[in-house]
Design a protein around this ligand. Structure first.
Ligand code: RNT
Ligand code: ZN
Length: 419
């Protein structure tokens, strides 16, 4: 069979199940997924020389890491050429770009420090998401930022948050696309604290102060990301799941919850939490990652939970209510490939979810035909999905098979290994 015949055959098989593969591909092409700049340089950023702190860690020392804004952009451009679908740029505040000799601290950041990123986003027709950087900085005192009992420290970080709101507003205005601004801190304690509520009350007040900075909630979308624990912060996290979700619920006129699927106890699944939150929140945000035993931030693969998460977004008909962002960092493999595999995996998961006969399956559930539901759900798993994926990639102008990896090998030789 020629490739085209393979797709035509697959299309018929899916149509027989009530699935319109054409519609699925059309929809997916336009769904933005945030591509995180921090995979390219192991979450280092450009505004400091110190180590990565705040309870997160990259491991590995694969050659070719981006060390300058130019290199990071060059790498991202390479990645963008290998991805099907629509990418949005996800930046951290630590990726500010200063003029030679210039430096301003995080509480004083201005839109102009991100003008080059705006130029980059416009060139690639992307919106921008943003993150204040509450880690890898000397003003992080005793492992605390927004929850610090030291008022000077807390004020510094509140100012940073406010500066980031203004920068987010700038991104939204420049690109015409809403900017999701995610607040995550690693604030917490290594061992059993004596006061669990105090830091949370300070954290609550700090985020409220940040959100008092004026912004248009249609264009700037602050969110609060929860976490269960971090490295060196094993006993207690200020921004726990209950804290963050309650904060978002209590301020739903100005922010949303963000769930990172690496941030829960290992038997909890975010796929189940997505529809739960959608019952209450008009919009939610996701960090899509792959935790192995802990929040290890491995490259996203086309695995069961990734598929389930995509299914829940599709089944809930919530494409325009869920902001999707990738969040992982692996320094032990080719970083361009890490970005590419993760983005493509999430695209695959979304396409597969869109090619699932969700209405039929729902009908079986609602009429209590649970045996048939099980049979059908198993059947769906072996439909000729690979042919639809290959067709989608070809329509997006990228390789459907591993041909993209040859380009990466060449790029590694020509560019990365020469750094
Ligand atoms: C850390 C959080 C957070 C970071 C990024 C870099 O555990 O997941 O989202 O990964 O902000
Ligand atoms: Zn995250």
């Amino acid at each position: 069979m020629t490739d085209n015949n393979r797709y035509e055959y697959a299309k018929k098989v899916y149509a027989g199940m009530g699935v319109d593969t054409e519609k699925a591909m059309e929809l997916l092409k336009e769904l933005p997924v945030s591509l995180h700049c921090w995979q390219g340089d192991d979450v280092t950023g450009f505004d400091h020389d110190g180590p990565l702190t705040g309870g997160i860690q990259t491991t590995g020392n694969y050659p070719g890491k981006a060390r300058t804004p130019e290199q990071l952009m060059e790498d991202m451009e390479k990645v963008l050429r290998l991805l099907p679908g629509k990418a949005k740029l996800n930046l951290h505040a630590s990726y500010a770009i200063f003029e030679p000799g210039e430096f301003v601290d995080r509480d004083k950041l201005e839109p102009k420090h991100f003008a080059k990123w705006v130029e980059f986003a416009k060139k690639h027709n992307m919106g921008i998401d943003f993150n204040p950087t509450f880690f890898s900085h000397p003003m992080m005192k005793d492992g605390l930022t927004l929850a610090s009992p030291d008022e000077e420290v807390r004020a510094f970080w509140i100012e940073h948050g406010k500066a980031c709101i203004r920068i987010s507003q700038y991104f939204a205005e420049e690109t015409g696309v809403p900017c999701v601004m995610n607040i995550w801190t690693g604030d917490g304690f290594k061992d059993i604290p004596a006061d669990r509520m105090g830091p949370r009350m300070r954290y609550k007040d700090s985020i409220e102060q940040i959100l008092s900075e004026p912004y248009d909630f249609n264009m700037v979308k602050p969110c609060v990301e929860s976490k269960v624990f971090g490295i060196g912060v094993e006993a207690y996290t200020v921004g726990s799941a209950e804290f963050s979700l309650s904060f978002a619920a209590a301020h739903s006129d100005k922010c949303m919850p963000l769930m990172d699927n690496g941030h829960y106890h290992p038997t909890e699944v975010v796929s189940d939490k997505i529809p739960a939150l959608l019952c209450f929140f008009p919009e939610i945000a996701l960090h899509i990652t792959r935790p192995i035993r802990w929040d290890s931030d491995h490259v996203v693969l086309f695995d069961d939970e990734t598929k389930e998460m995509a299914k829940e977004i599709v089944r809930s008909n919530a494409f325009d209510r869920v902001y999707m962002a990738l969040d992982y960092f692996d320094a032990s493999i080719n970083r361009i490939a890490a970005w590419t595999v993760g983005f493509r995996s999430w695209q695959k998961a979304l396409l597969m979810a869109l090619c699932t006969p969700n209405e039929r399956l729902k009908e079986l559930q609602d009429t209590n035909q649970m045996t048939e539901l099980m049979v059908m759900q198993e059947e769906v798993k072996t439909l000729p999905f690979g042919d639809v994926w290959a067709e989608y990639c070809s329509r997006c102008g990228v390789a459907g098979d591993t041909a993209w990896f040859d380009e990466i090998k060449k790029y590694e030789e020509d560019v990365l290994l020469k750094r």
